[in-house]
Design a protein around this ligand. Structure first.
Ligand code: NCD
Ligand code: ZN
Length: 345
């Protein structure tokens, strides 16, 4: 049987939530990833060192539980890389948190789930002190890049903000999170300090899959999936191991009632299927050898992280995606995937 081994997979953008949801979803990631960049959009958002440390501890406790059907052996080898919710922070504060965080995540106010209190207008002068200090302290800035314009144009419209940030803070590492457009892909080669994460769903689906037929709430996320040519541009850089592109699932669990409702929450839950889907996709394009760069090596270089050892062996055998994990419906629920996780060492 065909197998493929991934070393130290990293998920550079994940939503673990809190409470019961955290307990349910975190072990699904810690099982087969060496580390994950944990988003700070709790309610209220993570903005203090105290809150950050307490949240990290709750994540560790959740992982320690090991989940129900998971291999207990792998639970130790997982690092939650913590982030703070962007506000204008002063130097003293940034110095005090620098060792505890991997990045700071900037949300435009109201752009997505739990982003209230984010940045209202991108006045560079108001943000300058914080961003300059972050570059000096080598704290990357992760950005949810959407304007408040027409939904299909939001990411493209945000490119001017990325350009302003990249030009004004040339030593600041800026990560364009979950990119969905060819415009964002083109931006990567324009500025040395711009990088990007890409999700599983944006490599696979377009707006047609979300809203072209029956409305598919479990594929609805922000930024929304775009046009075929956008998806193809994302696929090209991921499959060809573009060194500035990393995997970030943006796995964003919501309870079933919040998705299957007249006001559907944004977020696709992919944590338990991501590696299997990526193997199938890269294999289909004869690019399995490039998956290691996308899933870990590029992130290690970009973020200068050295994850704990983990070896994930996948094999080409059917994996039927469960209908639900607790009360969360995953992407591709009930579908049969071609690759499954055989062993985690
Ligand atoms: C995320 C969430 O639910 O927290 N939702 C989403 O659609 N991606 C927030 C985010 O990353 O935009
Ligand atoms: Zn996200």
């Amino acid at each position: 049987m065909k197998t493929h081994t991934l070393l130290m997979p990293l998920d550079m953008h994940i939503h673990f939530r809190d409470g019961v949801m955290l307990q349910r979803v975190a072990p699904l990631t810690s099982y087969c990833f060496s580390g994950a960049v944990v988003m700070p959009n709790l309610v209220p958002p993570v903005t203090t060192l105290e809150a950050l440390k307490a949240y990290k501890q709750r994540i560790k406790n959740a992982i320690g539980d090991g989940g129900e059907d998971l291999d207990e052996m792998s639970v130790d080898a997982f690092e939650p890389f913590m982030t703070l919710f962007y506000k204008n922070y002063d130097r003293d504060f940034l110095e005090s948190v620098a060792d505890e965080i991997i990045a700071i995540k900037l949300y435009p106010d109201g752009a997505t789930t739990n982003s209230d209190g984010g940045v209202k207008n991108f006045d560079i002068e108001v943000m300058r002190e914080t961003l300059e200090t972050m570059s000096e302290l080598d704290i990357p800035l992760c950005v949810h890049g959407e304007s408040n314009g027409f939904v299909m144009d939001r990411e493209a419209e945000f490119m001017s903000v990325y350009e302003t940030l990249a030009q004004n803070f040339p030593d600041l590492k800026i990560i364009m999170e979950h990119i969905t457009t060819k415009d964002a892909v083109d931006m990567l080669d324009k500025y040395p300090n711009l990088y990007a994460t890409i999700t599983v769903q944006h490599l696979l689906i377009t707006l047609d899959d979300v809203a072209g037929g029956m409305l598919a709430p479990h594929l609805f996320c922000k930024p929304i999936a775009k046009r075929p040519e956008d998806r193809d541009a994302l696929l090209k850089v991921a499959l060809n191991a573009h060194p500035k592109v990393m995997f970030g699932s943006d796995s964003a669990p919501h309870p079933q009632h919040a998705k299957e409702s007249c006001g559907c929450a944004a977020g696709v839950f992919t944590a338990p299927i991501a590696l299997q889907v990526l193997c199938e996709l890269f294999d289909k394009h004869d690019k399995l050898d490039n998956l290691q760069s996308f899933i870990s090596d590029n992130a290690q270089s970009i973020y200068s992280v050295c994850p704990e050892f983990k070896e994930v062996i996948l094999e080409e055998s059917d994996f039927v995606v469960p209908a639900k994990y607790g009360d969360v419906v995953p992407m591709y629920a009930g579908k049969t995937l071609k690759w499954s996780i055989e062993e985690v060492l």
